[in-house]
Design a protein around this ligand. Structure first.
Ligand SMILES: NC(=O)c1ccc[n+]([C@@H]2O[C@H](COP(=O)([O-])OP(=O)(O)OC[C@H]3O[C@@H](n4cnc5c(N)ncnc54)[C@H](O)[C@@H]3O)[C@@H](O)[C@H]2O)c1
Length: 354
């Protein structure tokens, strides 16, 4: 019997849509069979490049989701449409890989979770760093209790593109109406996921946010537009078993490329990973009976690791892997984001029972 080829529909042909299409090319028995974007020019260009028939070029996400020849969709659009796309996928029972953050607001998230609970669909949320080799290695170390009892998780996620010297233009990421929140939802959501992935749920959180640059120029009009979201997010939390957690993120870090670092401090040692070096794990441990601490770098090059989209495709015919970022992971992440926003608003820490 011949192997089934999965026909994939791509919703959103921006930067992450491109990334997913190139990633998909590495997954056997998959092909991009339809594309969708509200930008008709982007649809035409990608449609031409992939040689897709006119009937498989969409500008309305509802239609690509309703296309019976499409086995699953990958959605990477601005945050404003995350909830509507997930809602329609649930309505049509269409498997979906959906980008983070889960939604813009808790109202959207609460509506989705009740729809999903009565009509679940195969769904992965794009918390992609779980699939970096270093993250998978640390997860195994923690399962083996190599670091002993974990006391503290520290994460920071820094980029430089929004620093004043680069004159970054106004985009949808600076609009609360479109994005929900700023840096917090954009890359802070990845830090939250790393804490949930490595340690467990948040039981308490307190946050502080700041907007560094009040207006940015909209290149379409040449006019300044008010920024109404955060440029900086700092928060701390308590995780399951009383593990303390500290986080900061912004895109004003000159010299930082994609500097997402997570350090876990346990009673027997410390481990640090950075996604810029996804095949390295920095580990400080007391080896055996020796009193000396040894700090070593473990190089993971060549070790087979799971690919995110492969994991999603496999979940369509098999059970989910243990690291699979699920619909519920998206929902829980949103609950933590909202608690941080609420805490930053009134200066009061929030308790969570997730
Ligand atoms: N997991 C990750 O590491 C990661 C990385 C980058 C982006 N993302 C997420 O992906 C999403 C998109 O980010 P991006 O950087 O690609 O943005 P982008 O602005 O580069 O691209 C978004 C695309 O979506 C299209 N679009 C907007 N609304 C649409 C709609 N209703 N229907 C169809 N198309 C629509 C736009 O025209 C644009 O082409 C965001 O939610 C972001 O958080 C995730």
């Amino acid at each position: 019997m011949s192997q089934k080829v999965w026909n994939v529909g791509i919703i959103g042909l921006g930067s992450i849509g491109d990334y997913h299409m190139s990633h998909l090319a590495k997954i056997p028995y998959t092909r991009v069979a339809a594309v969708c974007d509200i930008n008709a020019q982007a649809v035409e260009q990608t449609g031409n490049r992939l040689n897709l028939p006119a009937a498989k070029r969409y500008t309305d996400f509802k239609q690509i989701i309703e296309d019976n020849e499409i086995d699953f969709v990958i959605a990477g659009v601005s945050n404003k449409f995350h909830a509507a796309i997930l809602k329609h996928a649930i309505h049509c029972h269409k498997p979906i890989f959906a980008e983070k953050p889960f939604t813009r607001t808790m109202e959207e998230a609460n509506e989705l979770i009740s729809l999903y609970e009565s009509n679940p669909i195969p769904c992965m949320i794009g918390f992609s760093y779980r699939y970096r080799p270093c993250f998978q290695y640390v997860k195994q170390l923690l399962e083996q209790k190599t670091l002993g009892r974990i006391r503290h998780l520290a994460a920071h996620y820094l980029q430089e593109e929004n620093a004043p010297m680069f004159n970054k233009e106004y985009t949808w990421r600076f609009s609360k109406e479109v994005a929900g929140s700023g840096i917090l939802a954009d890359i802070g959501s990845h830090m939250i996921d790393s804490a949930r992935f490595f340690v467990g749920e948040f039981t308490q959180v307190a946050g502080m946010l700041s907007t560094f640059i009040d207006t940015r120029i909209d290149l379409r009009t040449g006019e300044p537009v008010k920024v109404d979201v955060d440029d900086f997010a700092g928060f701390q939390g308590v995780l399951d078993d009383g593990v303390m957690a500290t986080f900061y993120t912004h895109k004003n870090a000159i010299g930082a490329g994609n500097q997402f670092q997570v350090t876990l401090f346990g009673d027997l040692g410390t481990v640090r990973v950075s996604v810029e070096n996804p095949n390295e794990v920095h580990l400080t441990l007391r080896e055996g009976d020796e009193r000396e601490l040894t700090e070593k770098v473990i190089y993971l090059d060549g070790k087979p690791m799971r690919l995110m989209l492969q994991d999603f495709v496999d979940s369509l015919t098999d059970s989910k892997s243990s690291i699979f970022p699920s619909f519920m992971d998206g929902y829980r992440n949103q609950q933590v984001l909202q608690a941080i926003l609420d805490s930053a608003e009134d200066g009061v820490a929030r308790r969570l029972s997730l």
